[in-house]
Design a protein around this ligand. Sequence first.
Ligand code: ZN
Length: 87
Amino acid sequence: MANRPRKQERLTPREVVARIVQIVSQQETTKFCPHCGKHVLALRPGTSRLRQVLLTIVTAGLWLVAWIVDAVRRPGWRCSVCDHRVG
Ligand SMILES: [Zn+2]
């Protein structure tokens, strides 16, 4: 049996866009988590205004409520391990 070269994984343009949006909309850093007692990967939801505005338009203003609630509820970094607030 001959070794066939592996088929290259191809991403559709849609998947590429989704990946970029994910990278842009979520920020990562390393923070010290007092709950875990060590440095962990911290995640923060991005502040993509364009996306929020688009969603607000698409949902006829409904998203604006979710946007405000979201901004008030999750203002900062969260530990990726225990989900406690860090930093
Ligand atoms: Zn933690």
